[in-house]
Structure formats: C-alpha cells, structure tokens
Design a protein around this ligand. Sequence first.
Ligand SMILES: [Zn+2]
Length: 421
Amino acid sequence: MQANASSTLTLAFAAFLLAGLAVKFWLATRQIRHVAGHRGSVPPMFQSTVSLPAHQKAADYTVAKTRFGLLELAFGAAVLLGWTLLGGLDALNRWLLAWLGPGMTQQLALMGAFAVIGGLLELPFALYQTFVIEERFGFNKMSLKLWLADLAKSTVIGAVIGLPIAALILWLMGATGRYWWLWAWGAWMAFNLLLLVIYPTFIAPLFNKFRPLEDESLKARVTALMQRCGFAAKGLFVMDGSKRSAHANAYFTGFGAAKRVVFYDTLLAKLSPGEVDAVLAHELGHYKHKHILKRIAALFALSLAGFALLGWLSTQVWFYTGLGVRPNLDGGNDALALLLFLMAVPVFTFFLSPLMALVSRRHEFQADAYAVQQTSGQDLSSALLKLYEDNASTLTPDPVFVKFYYSHPPASERLARMAPA
Ligand SMILES: [Zn+2]
C-alpha cells in the first residue's frame, strides 16, 4: 500500500511537472511569436498616441524578457527535480542530521540551508535580469554596489523575520498534537497580518526614502479626491523609486487609520496632476470594491485548506518517499514535510492560474470603472498609456498568454472600456 502510494505520487508529480513545463514553454513561444509578428506597426487604436519606436521598444523588451523566462523555467524545473526525486533534499537532511543530530536546531538549519542554497542558485538570474536586460532597455538605475547592499539587507531581514516564524511553526507542529495544523495556520495568519502592518512603516523605509508630498496644488487635489471618495489616509508620500529603476508606480498600503498613499517620484515626473488623480482613483477603486479584503480572505481560506492537507500528508510515509526523501525514523520530519509541501503544491496548482488571473483582471476593470466615475476617463486613458509606454509593456500580447498570466488586462481592452460610449 505504502509502496504503491509512493510510486503513484512520484508519477503524478513528474507528470504534472512535465505537463506544466510543456504548457509554459508553449505559452512563452506563442507570446514571442505574437509580439514579434506585430512589431512592424502600431495597432490602429493607438496610432495617434503611441510612436513606432516606442511600440518596437516594447516588443523587443517583451521578447527579451520572455526568452530569458524560458531559460529560468528550464533551470527552475531542474532545481526542483534535483531537490526532490534526485535526492538533493534527502542528502542535505542526512548531512545535517549527522552533523547536528535530530532536534529543532537541525530542522531550522535544514530550512535555512534550503533557503540559502535556493537563493544562491537564483542569484545569476537576478543579476542578468537587472544588469543585462533592464540595463539594455535603459530601465536599470542601480549600481552593483546598491544591488549588493539590497541583497545583504534583504538577507538579514529574511533571517530576522523568517527564522522566528519558522521556529514557531516547527514548535507548534511538534507540541500541539493532532490539530497542530490549526494552530500553525493561526500563527501563520497572524504573522501575515503583522507583516502588512510593519511593512510600510519599518521595512520599506530600509530600502527607500519616503518624504511627504510637497507639491501643494497636487496635495489639495489628491486630498479633495480622497474626501470625495470617503477615504482617510495617514499621509501622502513620495518614494525615491528612481534610485533603482525608471519604472513608475503608485500604491496604497496599510490598514485602517494607518493607510498611506505612496507615489513613485518617477510617476509624478511623468504624469499631469489630472492623470495622477486618475491613477490614485483606480487604487481607491480597489479599496471601494473591497478587493484587498477579498484577497486576504482568500489567503486565509486557501492557507487553512493547505495546512489541513499538510496535517494529513505529513503523517504519510509515501508523501516523503514519493518525493525522493527518506523520513527520519526518530520523528522530527516537520521541516521536511514543510519544504516538500512548498515545492510540490505549485506543481499541482499551476493549472489553476488562469482562474486567478481572471479574477484579478476583473478587479482591474472594476477599479478602472470606479476611477472613470470619480475622475475622468480621458485622464485615466492617457495615464495608462504613458505607464504602458514607460514600462515598455507590449500593446499586442498573445491572447492565450494573457489568459494564463496577465493580472492586468492588456491596454487595448482597458482603454476600450473607458472610452465614452
Ligand atoms: Zn489595479
């Protein structure tokens, strides 16, 4: 029975991994072909607003990123196989057991070593992405020194935040009996909420400078918009996004009275006041439609299901052996179970991504509609076009690729809905 279940899991895992890989390759090549095929001319609806060089830059940037994504994809799949069926995690576990003996220290060391090795393997890709691709298209503003400083900072923050929560969950798994997964779920959710609260005030300022918005007329305008929409925010801030990248953005963070609006300096430099208003109104639309709350509620529900499943799987020997790991006979398999679960779940859930993307795109349309109602459709259209052009987002993505991956609808669909009927 165990041996059977174990080989069934191995087969299912390998089949899903291969099928996912095949679909992802197929999607990426479709996208590359479609974008390259439409590179020659600006689509009719954008001919008066987008120049041919801008359109071609977007096409080249999209193709370069998608091509590079193919390489990452193949590498990621090889690493995943290496950890699981080829015995990498098992070897690391045995080695740490021989060195540290069983117990909490060994389990934490296993999770830490897994994270460090995974991070090191991804490093060359991150470097290439920033210093070759982003650089070639004029987006990168980072020096290698700043990049390394960022890396050092995020590693320290990851350790300071990650190790205690990992220790807490491992402890709960061992100490709270059969229903440990309910406790672990509670701790994980509390941790996520805590992160939402401390991120804007404690973590983000470690990487960027935030200064209050000083432009008085823009401030008056934005404040009036927020009042009109019934929002109170703790402050309006400008972030020095230009320190790292030329990409522009704006966002809304925090909870309750601690909400703050953050504009990238790159956004304010490029948009007119009316356009800034329209972009902010779009963000407010997400709040008005409770998209953030819905997302958090979905996270709560999915995590509960995930922890319940893990609660059961972690007691099944075939769950370990089927994924290439020999469980420890003297107990203490919690870190192994967590890591295997985190690696295996995305392999099986990839095929749900069109569903997630669909919900997200629907939310974007709703937020756009809200912004059009509160400000002006014309301002929102021109702001979006500037942002698409500025981020070199292609105007001609492959429709099937969009269905799988796009969290935001393509420009043509968004503008078509905004146009006065
Ligand atoms: Zn949005």
